[in-house]
Design a protein around this ligand. Structure first.
Ligand SMILES: Nc1ncnc2c1ncn2[C@@H]1O[C@H](COP(=O)(O)OP(=O)(O)OP(=O)(O)O)[C@@H](O)[C@H]1O
Ligand SMILES: [Mg+2]
Length: 481
């Protein structure tokens, strides 16, 4: 204040000052003073004339506004951050949904291909069965004619190759006959080591990590072995200069469901190589049937398709991760077994079989396919049995209605009108002790079929047929209702 007075006296400028005062009650106030300098006629400063005002409320209002402006900037920045976060979250969600949709589309596509392949494979399986059956009988009739035998050999080999191809197609389309049992994956993997080493050759090192406290899984041991072999061969093919295959088992518990898997315990069999890897394009198509990048005649493109089908049929999942030059990891997820003890699905306590017929039997043979019915009937008659053919469940039941008596019923499973399972159920009410053999290329004896029946996988040879008949007749015992 003193400085301001001094400045006004010296320069003649208006006096203008704003200052803070503390009152006795402790409160703070602001004063504004404005004044003009008056001089006498000799030019000497005599007085200051002006006003003094209490501007506390104005100053406080200004201060409030200033603070408000400051925090406003802060609030805008804060809100912008929030919006950015929300945007990122939405984008992540969209990406995730797109990925899930892509997975779903892929699953649906595989499903559609599976249905188609399964249908075709099923029909082919039946046809090949007739071909193989007839060739087998023909072989007996031609006797010692070497040339004819060679021709039959060729035809049989061709048909057998076709049969193994259809088998793989059925595997892909989840219609293969599985023998589900409790499987110790560690024992399975360790048991395969030698075979795998021999299959991949000496330039490739196989490393196995198999912890010994894994739970049992619910699977078909043979098919899982085949899957492991296929994965190892794929890894070998991706490492022409040699490398390492790491085979690893681990247990994983899923607490929530994913696109592919429901919650629960799984044992994961992973096969990793450090080979060529796959491009994104190849990886997308790798499990499709007949997709192969291998030269003609080298790969059928059914290896991964089979494993994919097997995984689904086991309620598990095949997961592939790969990028070019980075190697590949294939994971087969198999659900942990829920049964306390291994429960045999089709308990047939069979004595060692000789393959020889146990005397002529009266057999009722049911198959909707005339060709197969005929060739199977021929096989049975060739084994010395009496055969009555029926071409539908209804026709078969009618024979029982007419009072016909049989020692054995052999029926196809998938037939229009009445399935082999339904026929078996109906027959059990008429002839409770009649042994029944269900022949099927499908694995799907559905869960509703609570019957103890013996199974015969299609296509079957005459020997297999004879063996199964012996087994089922030997174990025929009072049957649970
Ligand atoms: N470990 C791997 N590394 C690189 N590429 C792989 C690997 N496994 C599979 N692939 C690719 O996926 C394709 C399909 O594999 P899949 O096993 O189904 O058929 P394939 O091996 O070609 O023939 P097949 O197994 O019927 O003899 C292969 O041709 C290959 O391009
Ligand atoms: Mg393969």
């Amino acid at each position: 204040m003193q400085a301001a007075v001094k400045a006004t006296i010296e320069t003649g400028a208006d006096y203008s000052i704003e200052y803070r005062t503390f009152w006795k009650d402790g409160s703070t106030h602001w004063a504004e003073v404005r004044a003009q300098l008056y001089k006498d006629r000799f030019g000497k400063a005599t007085k200051l004339v002006g006003v003094s005002a209490d501007v506390t409320s104005r100053v406080e209002a200004e201060e409030y506004q200033r603070q408000l402006n400051e925090t406003l900037e802060e609030r805008v920045a804060e809100r912008t951050r929030e919006l950015e976060q929300a945007h990122a979250a939405v984008m992540a969600e969209i990406n995730q949904r797109e990925r899930a949709e892509e997975q779903l589309r892929h699953a649906q596509k595989m499903d559609a291909i599976g249905q188609l392949t399964g249908g075709v494979a099923h029909d082919f399986n039946n046809l090949l069965m007739a071909v193989l059956g007839n060739l087998e009988l023909l072989r007996k009739y031609v006797g010692e004619d070497a040339k004819a035998l060679r021709l039959i050999d060729g035809a049989q080999q061709g048909a057998q190759r076709g049969a193994s191809l259809t088998q793989r197609l059925l595997a892909f389309s989840r219609k293969q006959d599985l023998r589900i049992d409790d499987v110790d994956m560690r024992a399975l993997v360790l048991g395969m080591e030698d075979l795998l080493r021999r299959s991949v050759g000496s330039t490739i090192v196989i490393r196995t990590v198999a912890p010994d406290n894994l739970p049992l899984v619910s699977a078909d041991a043979n098919q899982v072995e085949l899957a492991l072999l296929n994965l190892a061969v794929n890894a070998r093919d991706a490492m022409p200069e040699g490398g390492t295959i790491q085979i690893e088992l681990r247990q994983t518990d899923l607490t929530s469901s994913t696109v592919e898997l429901s919650p629960g315990g799984y044992v994961v069999l992973s096969v990793a190589d450090d080979g060529n890897g796959m491009s994104e394009e190849t990886l997308k198509k790798a499990v499709e049937p007949f997709f192969s990048t291998k030269e003609l005649g080298k790969g059928t493109g059914l290896g991964l398709s089979m494993i994919h089908g097997l995984a689904l049929q086991l309620r598990g999942h095949l997961n592939l991760a790969s990028s070019l030059g980075e190697g590949t990891t294939a994971e087969l997820w198999i659900p942990v077994s829920t049964s306390v003890m291994a429960e045999q699905v089709f308990p047939i306590s069979a004595p060692p079989t000789t393959g020889k017929p146990s005397g002529p039997k009266r057999i009722l043979l049911v198959d909707d396919d005339f060709l197969i019915a005929m060739s199977s009937a021929d096989m049975l008659m060739d084994l010395g049995h009496d055969v009555v053919e029926a071409h539908s469940g209804a026709e078969a039941l009618k024979l029982f209605g007419e009072g016909r008596d049989f020692d054995l019923l052999i029926t196809d499973y998938s037939m229009p009108g009445m399935t082999g399972g339904e026929l078996a159920k109906a027959v059990r009410t008429i002839a409770p002790n009649l042994p029944i053999l269900i022949a099927s290329g499908y694995s799907e004896l559905p869960p509703g079929l609570e019957l103890e029946v013996a199974r015969l996988g299609k296509p079957y040879s005459q020997d297999q047929l004879a063996q199964e008949i012996n087994k089922v007749l030997a174990s025929s015992r009072p049957i649970k209702p």
